[in-house]
Design a protein around this ligand. Structure first.
Ligand SMILES: Cc1cc2nc3c(=O)[nH]c(=O)nc-3n(C[C@H](O)[C@H](O)[C@H](O)COP(=O)(O)OP(=O)(O)OC[C@H]3O[C@@H](n4cnc5c(N)ncnc54)[C@H](O)[C@@H]3O)c2cc1C
Length: 396
């Protein structure tokens, strides 16, 4: 049996490779000079369980449990606690709370106990209607996660080839039989497409239309603040689109901005901080986290989160192209779901059952809307419709 070729050494590709390695020979091809250097190096690291989408939630819950099982001196994650607060739409997360509580997650309703500012002092004076506290919520170190996946892969004889760009899928008689790289064709029976923001472009080389849209988002770091103690839970005002977590003596946070932005071919998706998101962040801090209203972000960067129109990932075999598997469209939840994504995709490739996830909901060839919502300024209530057409340069 030929080795499985995984395209992309981000968290998605590396997790799939690590989960496959005990069962199959695996080679990961990465266009960049180092693994996990794109979206997987640009995130805030929060493991978010309380999400309104059931697919994302199932993947995150599975990952959370597996991260907990890895606790120890070398653990890639740590418990920080997390607070999800709502300023306008107090019912927004009720379904998610019920689902998680039924599975045994610890969730405290801070709204009814008046405990909000005790648990998360950063919320003192915030115009919040409801807040949920997850004392077991985590922050994961994406670099450590990736290193762990690579160690597992190598321990089973697998490899990561950096500096090897895949130019297209190699298709013969309606079957994906390899990839075309800068160094020639690599033949294989199984290709796993895990190329993050570049995935739609690679699928187009085989005539597949898979509408995956990279949305650029800003992350900002404030200067030192006495409130930003390591024990403070990360805090997310979900309907406002604003989060902060203590980092380096200050706060790492985002105004949850979204702008469609396709990457150029080749590595390099990290962008500089722009003035507009910086101002949006400062404005949201002043209005919704008054304790931080005087803080000004000092540094920051932007990165790409890649979504399908329904904001669910593409996982498992492509029903329109035998030989092709997917692990893409991990949007803003790729850290939260990394372990489960790899587990699920590896299981489908090995013909094993996955009874904890609705695989139909993540089928790569499922029907997608051609127009869908983004939230340019992060507000849940301020969405904008964008078209589902990929720009011509994405179809090589
Ligand atoms: C600002 C920001 C904040 C975030 N915060 C969080 C958070 O708090 N919690 C959370 O869960 N998630 C968060 N995320 C999301 C998370 O980082 C992503 O979902 C995850 O990293 C996606 O991993 P990936 O492997 O799919 O993509 P990537 O990490 O982008 O990896 C794809 C890889 O494929 C390679 N590749 C592409 N094309 C080719 C080619 N032709 N040939 C060879 N290799 C190729 C790329 O070079 C890249 O290394 C955040 C993301 C951003 C940008």
């Amino acid at each position: 049996m030929s080795e499985v070729v995984v395209v992309g050494a981000g968290l998605a590709g590396l997790s799939v490779a690590a989960h496959l390695a005990p069962h199959r020979a695996v080679r990961v091809l990465e266009q960049g000079e180092a693994p996990a250097a794109e979206a997987s190096a640009q995130n805030a690291g929060m493991v978010r369980l309380l999400s309104d989408d059931p697919v994302e939630r199932a993947l995150a819950w599975r990952t959370h449990q597996r991260l907990a099982a890895l606790d120890g001196p070398e653990s890639p994650s740590r418990i920080t606690g997390g607070v999800l607060a709502l300023a306008h739409d107090p019912l927004h997360l009720h379904g998610a709370v019920a689902w998680l509580a039924a599975r045994g997650a610890t969730i405290e309703d801070l709204g009814s106990h008046g405990q909000i500012a005790v648990v998360a002092p950063v919320l003192e004076g915030a115009p919040v209607q409801r807040a949920w506290h997850l004392p077991e919520a985590r922050v994961a170190d994406a670099h450590q996660l990736a290193s762990g996946f690579i160690a597992t892969l190598r321990a089973h004889g697998g490899s990561v080839s950096c500096g090897t760009a895949v130019r297209g899928l190699h298709v013969v008689e309606g079957r994906c039989v390899g990839v075309e790289t800068t160094a020639g064709i690599v033949a294989t029976d199984h290709v796993v497409l895990a190329a993050g923001a570049w995935s739609a472009s690679l699928a187009a080389t085989a005539g597949l239309h898979r509408p995956l849209f990279p949305l650029r988002r800003s992350l900002l770091q404030t200067g030192a603040d006495a409130l930003a103690a390591a024990g403070h839970p990360w805090t997310w005002l979900d309907d406002i689109g604003l989060y902060v977590r203590p980092e380096g003596g200050g706060w790492l946070g985002s105004p949850c901005d979204e702008a469609v932005d396709f990457p150029s071919p080749g590595p390099g998706s990290r962008g500089p901080m722009e003035e507009l998101p910086r101002a949006l962040f400062a404005d949201k801090l002043a209005r919704f986290l008054p304790r931080l209203g005087a803080l000004r972000p000092a540094t920051g960067w932007t990165g790409l989160r890649t979504f399908a129109p329904d904001r669910r990932p593409l996982l498992g075999p492509d029903g329109d192209l035998p030989g092709l598997w997917w692990a893409a469209g991990l949007g803003g939840f790729g850290v939260s779901t990394a372990l489960a994504v790899g587990e699920a995709v590896a299981a489908t490739l090995c013909g094993e059952p996955v009874d904890w996830l609705d695989l139909a909901a993540v089928r790569p060839q499922r029907r997608m809307l051609s127009r869908w919502l983004i939230r340019p300024q992060g507000w849940l209530e301020g969405p904008r419709l964008v078209s589902g057409q990929l720009p011509p340069r994405m179809s090589r």
